[in-house]
Structure formats: C-alpha cells, structure tokens
Design a protein around this ligand. Structure first.
Ligand code: FPP
Length: 256
C-alpha cells in the first residue's frame, strides 16, 4: 500500500477510490503505452498538431510520476515509430525538438527520483542533437533502479525482429540448435527488460501498430477513448484496476 496516499491522490476523489481497489502485490511490472491522438486532440481545439504533441509531453510527465509512485518498475512509451517519418517535415522536427527539451528539462528530475532512461529503436537515424541528448541522459541514469522509462524511438517491431536475426546470424558464439524463445529475446532491443504485462492504447484505435510485437505475446490490452494529451493519473489507475480483474492464464486452465 502507498505510504503517502494523501500526497498522491486527493481524499474523496475518484483516484483515491481507484487506488483503494488496487492490490499492490499484483501490480504489472511493466506497462507499455501507445500514445495516440495528439493530432486529433489539437484539431478538436483548432490548434496546430504540434500543440497536441506539446500537451502530450505533459501527459508523459504524469504517467512517469504515477508509475513511480505506485512502484511499477518499467514504463515503455511509443514516442516515434518508423512510420512517423512520413509526416510533414515540420511536425517531425518539432517532435524531436520536444523530446530534446524534455530531456534537458527533466534530467535532474530523472536523477533525483532514481529513474533510468533506456532507448529502443534504430537510434542511428535520430537527428544528431537529439541522439546526443538521449545518450547523455541514458549514461547519467544508467545505474538507477527505481523506474526504467523505455522510449521507443524510430522503432518498428518487425525491424526489431529482423535486427535480432541479423545479430544471431553473425554471432559466432551461438550454437544455433540451442536457440529458444528465451535466448532469442536477448537479441532484441529490450534485452534486460521484462515483457510488458499491460499494454495501454489511447484514442480508441484497436491496433498494435508494429509495437513490441514479440514482447506483447501475453500482455493484457486496455484501450481508452481518451486522446493522449487528456490521459491522466485517473486513466492509468482505471487501467490497473481493470488489469487486476483479468485472469491471466498464459494458455493454461484455471482452476485445475
Ligand atoms: C501520437 O499522436 C503521438 C505521437 C506520434 C508522438 C508522441 C510524442 C509525444 C507525446 C511528445 C513528446 C514525447 C516525449 C517522450 C516527451 P498522433 O499525432 O498520431 O495523433 P493522431 O492520430 O490524432 O493524428
């Protein structure tokens, strides 16, 4: 149970009632999020799309804080997919700039709170200045263990699997007959990161969009109609309460 419940949720609020429904011994270790709907959020308000991304960065802060407060160990955010390069140049440039700003502003917060940053994806193609910031903050936080924030950037799930196969094909120390699921996982970008238990997608779309294809094999999926910039602590708590109502059988049958 949370020690400082009052600092985390307002007494009498919906958030408080959700927290009280949680079984803290059965929280997901890893929550992954497809942040979707920034553009539609902005359009609804007659704002440029980039304003949706700016507002989305605030939701990122809140999701990180909430996971840390609850004791969730890993939070993976799908922040830039391989397909996102198809967007107008200006929007793409703004997305990288926002990320850079986020890293410059939040590095002290990450250090102070013992958060670790890890990036997954084909990072070589990320603009130089953003890539340097990412490397700097990854290095700065690499020994932290409280919450690992995994940013999926220039990420594609199929690419990740192809890249793993390439690494396997050139690994002279690998006895190919010994290859199994567990060993294969060690060639993925997510080495040392457990598979997500819960996958959240905002804005109501019913797709996995090439995200963590291997890793979500047994993840519970929770979809909300909310656009990502409107995603708040309340929604994460709703997802967690719902997750705990599900029976995760992993192909087995219960009760025996
Ligand atoms: C999806 O909305 C969102 C993205 C492609 C980018 C997510 C980026 C951020 C939240 C900004 C900063 C990130 C960090 C990690 C600080 P969409 O543009 O696809 O929305 P739409 O489907 O309504 O067009």
């Amino acid at each position: 149970m949370l020690e400082n419940l009052k600092d985390f949720v307002k007494p009498g609020s919906e958030e408080e009632s959700l927290v009280k429904q949680l079984d803290f011994s059965r929280l997901p270790r890893h929550v992954a999020v497809i942040m979707d709907g920034n553009g539609r959020w902005a359009k609804k308000r007659k704002l440029p799309r980039v304003e949706g991304h700016r507002a989305g960065a605030k939701s990122v802060r809140q999701a990180v804080e909430t996971c840390a407060h609850l004791g969730i160990e890993y939070l993976t955010l799908y922040a830039f997919s391989k397909e996102n390069w198809k967007r107008p140049k200006k929007e793409v440039a703004t997305l990288w700039r926002l990320l850079e700003e986020y890293l410059k502003n939040e590095d002290k917060v990450l250090v102070k709170n013992k958060f670790r940053l890890k990036v997954i994806g084909q990072i070589e193609a990320i603009p130089d200045s953003t890539r340097k910031e990412l490397k700097r903050v990854e290095e700065l936080t690499k020994n932290n263990t409280r919450l690992t924030v995994v940013l999926a950037l220039n990420y594609g799930g199929r690419d990740e699997i192809v890249d793993a196969v390439k690494k396997i094909a050139t690994d002279k120390n690998l006895d190919i007959d010994s290859l199994n699921e567990e060993k294969f996982s060690q060639y993925l970008y997510t080495i040392h990161v457990p598979d997500p238990d819960l996958l959240i997608r905002t804005s109501g779309e019913l797709r996995v969009s090439n995200f963590l294809l291997w890793q979500i094999a047994y993840a519970e999926i929770w979809i909300t109609q909310e656009f990502w910039p409107d995603f708040r602590k309340k929604h994460l708590l709703q997802a967690l309460v719902d997750y705990q109502k599900r029976e995760r059988r992993f192909g087995d049958i219960y009760p025996r």
